[in-house]
Design a protein around this ligand. Structure first.
Ligand SMILES: [Zn+2]
Length: 103
């Protein structure tokens, strides 16, 4: 099994794209490899969904833990903490993008 969070590689030649390139082409349907010039499909919905799901589970666990264990924690603080985590996780989105061969 390949590691879940990694930058996508070309399905033909294995060339790695840079983080910023992946980010800027995430919503393109088809892109051309800078190395072998072949075209491939961008697949990101499954990866993003999986990341968000994992994040929700982790956040729920952390929130429940904090609410039970910490006295005097307030909801705005907790909401702020969650917002920061969600914001940070969007930085991981390019690591969940995958490139697929066009049939
Ligand atoms: Zn290639």
């Amino acid at each position: 099994m390949k590691f879940f969070l990694r930058l996508p590689t070309c399905p033909y030649c294995g060339a790695v794209k840079r983080y910023n390139d992946v980010k800027s082409t995430t919503h393109d349907k088809v892109i051309k490899c800078h190395h072998c010039k072949k075209k491939y499909r961008v697949s990101y919905i499954k990866g993003h969904a999986a990341l968000i799901l994992i994040e929700c589970v982790i956040l729920i666990v952390i929130n429940v833990f904090l609410l039970k264990q910490t006295r005097g924690i307030n909801i705005p603080l907790l909401a702020g903490f969650n917002a920061v985590i969600i914001l940070l996780s969007t930085l991981l989105f390019p690591f969940t993008v995958r490139y697929k061969k066009i049939k």
